[in-house]
Design a protein around this ligand. Structure first.
Ligand SMILES: Cc1ncc(C[n+]2csc(CCOP(=O)(O)OP(=O)(O)O)c2C)c(N)n1
Ligand SMILES: [Mg+2]
Length: 544
């Protein structure tokens, strides 16, 4: 057997069902070995698209998404999507072909030190140097990528090694560590702090969703009457409809939910990744008692000094706290929740054109079912979606908020549809982020993954415009021209619609879903709302 064949066997053994990527000269042995495999290879149109597909696949399944490229430029094209997965704690395994070990020591066509290139953006980066270590390397790459906190593994596979014969050997047994249970004394201490708090608040992060602990979180909030705010990446960790849900936190600007943080004396951070919402933003005066409930010890930050760390299986810790802590009366957050709900509704009937961000989100929510999935790209639209889109279930509103790279929307939607073919998948994207990976429309049409691509069109890098206005009161180099999105979509064989007035959006979304193919909706957006929001929040009077 050739090492490439053993490698593919090892991937099968890890349960890999898809590999996203582009064939190249130096990975032809793997490509050939895949012909006899049950793994489906999804040929993409850019390696960045492949990496984002693996990223969202990993995020939705908890199993590493896999992408494959050639050496040099193929591998460097992977970097952004791979780094996005790594920083968002989505498990991903990237494999690059490499030049032969006989030419690696000298200047040679397309050769680059890929292991070192991927080191700072991965948990594990390695070159295969002997064919018989393939099983150990593959096992270690998946184990590292999938273990909490998940992230990236990179494997560099020199072409001459891929071609070598290996003695009969098989893949290694797949094992995953079982998280330990948090110590009783820590649980008791945390429960005491929660019981004695005057204004306790839970901040749930993506770790809750990764641990599959959404039900336990909701039960805890329900039984103890504790209000819960979720980070962008934890949307749906508690249903928005739940009376203790205070929506989403993470804007740099103030928002209603900031009132909850201002008042809180005890903040229980569950599965919280600091990268999403740095502690200095919600804890500037360092006066609060912080309880850290997670699978791993807290990151060091001067604004995140713990009163109590509860390290262990998150679901089990939450269940324990539910039984150990005293319930609260649960009223103080009611007025805040009311204010947040009124804000969501405030533009439901808006007839303005271009459409207000709030109106687009309201209409989208009316059309989608609770289990349908929205993937956000990155920009002003993401900020609006994060604060206003109501998610009722975990992993139904996917936002990248660690590395936060533009361009995830279209490839991410393709991966989401592969994982959940039974639900509608919509990508909400800016006109700039859309163009960064719009080539993957062809991939989606070819492999048959329907999606609705809702483009918020403003002809600008809208989020940057917003920042510039906040800081300097004027804009600098943020405008561009768009192609005709309808003709562009049609040239791929996709369907497309343009919104010309506010009341067209709901029927168009319904039609686009019914079309059951790749559909683009070009929806002009009124971003004058951005600064109106900033000004309104500058004068925010807290209801609690
Ligand atoms: C790959 C990448 N490049 C640049 C940025 C910085 N950035 C963040 S949002 C943004 C503008 C996004 O514009 P668009 O996609 O049109 O969305 P809008 O803000 O207009 O809603 C930029 C340039 C980024 N996050 N990722
Ligand atoms: Mg834009």
């Amino acid at each position: 057997m050739r090492a490439a064949e053993l490698f593919v066997q090892c991937l099968e053994n890890e349960g890999v069902d898809y590999i996203f990527g582009i064939p190249g000269e130096e990975n032809i042995d793997i490509m050939d070995a895949l012909l006899g495999s049950k793994i489906q290879f999804i040929t993409t149109r850019h390696e960045q698209g492949a990496a984002f597909m693996a990223d969202v696949y990993g995020r939705l399944t908890g199993r590493a998404g896999v992408c494959l490229t050639t050496l040099g430029p193929g591998a460097t094209n992977l970097v952004t999507g791979f780094a996005d997965a790594n920083m968002d704690h989505a498990p991903i395994v990237a494999i690059a072909g490499q030049g032969a070990t006989t030419r690696m020591h000298k200047e040679s066509h397309q050769i680059l030190d890929l292991v070192n290139l991927f080191k700072p953006i991965s948990k594990y980066s390695i070159q295969i140097r002997e064919p018989e270590i393939v099983p150990e390397i593959v096992r270690k790459a998946f184990k590292n990528a999938q273990a909490e906190k998940p992230g990236g593994s990179f494997i560099d596979f020199p072409e001459n090694l891929a071609r070598m014969e290996v003695p009969a050997a098989g893949p290694l047994k797949v094992q995953a560590p079982k998280p330990p249970i948090a110590p009783e004394a820590k649980l008791q201490q945390a429960a005491g702090l929660i019981s004695k708090a005057t204004f306790p608040l839970i901040m749930a992060g993506n770790g809750v969703i990764r641990a599959g602990a959404s039900e336990q979180l909701t039960r805890l909030a329900d039984s103890l009457k504790l209000p819960v705010a979720t980070t962008f990446m934890a949307k749906g960790a508690i249903p928005f409809a739940h009376e203790q849900c205070l929506g989403t936190v993470g804007l740099q600007a103030r928002d209603y939910i900031a009132c909850g943080f201002d008042r809180a004396d005890v903040v229980v951070c569950v599965g919280y990744d600091m990268v999403e919402y740095p502690p200095n933003l919600w804890h500037p005066h360092k006066e609060k008692k912080i309880i850290h409930v997670d699978m791993s010890p807290a990151e060091v930050d001067e604004h995140y000094i713990l009163e109590c760390g509860v390290i262990g299986d998150i679901g089990a810790s939450l269940d324990k706290l539910t039984t150990l802590a005293q319930p609260h009366h649960g009223q103080y957050a009611g007025s805040l929740r009311q204010m947040i709900i009124e804000d969501l509704r405030s533009h439901a009937e808006s007839s303005g054109f271009p459409l207000k961000p709030q109106k687009i989100i309201w209409d989208l929510r009316q059309v989608l079912q609770p289990e349908d999935i929205v993937i956000c790209d990155v920009g002003a639209h993401k900020m609006w979606m994060a604060r206003m889109y109501q998610a009722e279930r975990p992993n139904t509103c996917i936002i990248s908020n660690g590395f936060a790279s533009m361009g995830i929307g279209v490839p991410g939607a393709l991966a989401a549809k592969l994982v959940h073919p039974e639900v509608t998948v919509v990508t909400v994207t800016g006109d700039a982020g859309f163009m960064m990976n719009s080539q993957e429309i062809e991939t989606a049409l070819r492999i048959g993954t329907p999606m609705v691509i809702l483009i918020w069109t403003d002809g600008e890098y809208g989020l940057i415009h917003w920042h510039q206005l906040r800081h300097f009161g004027r804009k600098s180099h943020i405008a561009f021209n768009n192609p005709d999105f309808v003709k562009y979509a049609e040239s791929f064989g996709a369907k497309a619609y343009r919104i010309n007035q506010a009341d067209e959006l709901v029927p168009t979304l319904k039609q686009a879903i019914a079309d059951n193919t790749v559909v683009i909706i070009d929806c002009p957006v009124d971003y004058s709302e951005n600064m109106k929001f900033t000004e309104k929040m500058g004068h925010l009077v807290c209801p609690i």
